[in-house]
Design a protein. Sequence first.
Length: 275
Amino acid sequence: MTSSLDGGPVHPATYDHGAGVRSLRVPIPDNPLGHTLVYVVDTDRGPVLVDTGWDDPASWDALTAGLIACGTSVTELYGVVVTHHHPDHHGLSGAVREASGAWIAMHAADGAIVRRTRATRPERWYAYMTDKLVAAGAPEEHVAPLRTARRRALPGLSPVLPDREIEPGGLLDLPGRRLRAIWTPGHTPGHVCLHLEEDHPDRLPATDGCSPATIYCRGSPRTSACTRTPTTPPSRTPSATTWPPSNASAASPSPRSSPPTSTPSPTRRPGYGSC
């Protein structure tokens, strides 16, 4: 059992990175990834979440318990910053907003995918995913449930619309903090990482040997929670997968500013996945 900044106990599924940044594990049911890392960033207006986790009762219970262990609660949240639209990151955003009144921010390219997903019939979604799984070589016993599925609630099938648009390269609305959105298209067209550009508010060092001014946050168990700023941004390959299927006239809006010169421009046809 670790300790929080004020010396109190911290839930085993939470971690204090220092600098007013904590993370907690939200489980993804029946998925080999295991969990999503959700970050809690303290601000002068209340805590802000970076991602929320999978839409499932067990995931919700873990999120709310983790927030309490971090010394806050879901009702005290000021906002939600969504790194990308996938249901293991955006799934609980609607429940968080309903419980707290918090705003939800997302890049415009992923916001367009959310709108198109909500407008697509479930049957079309099942057919699309079946075709993709078959093409990828998935065994028939894994595909068969999708062939017979009908109107059944699934995580990600009706994601909530964001309230705010993340400006690539801009500072987020986190009073008292300097958290900048770095547009990193590839995993999804609107994927963002976050760069904390400040000294520790209490002049204390962050844990993990990382400077809080060089933290990149991305809520995935496959990446480290705290990494130093790279000298050159990594190259990103735009997603080639398109979801939902659409007419040629339907396209996501162009982002408002260009990505770094070392990053390729994202495809205008949004991608969809489970990670």
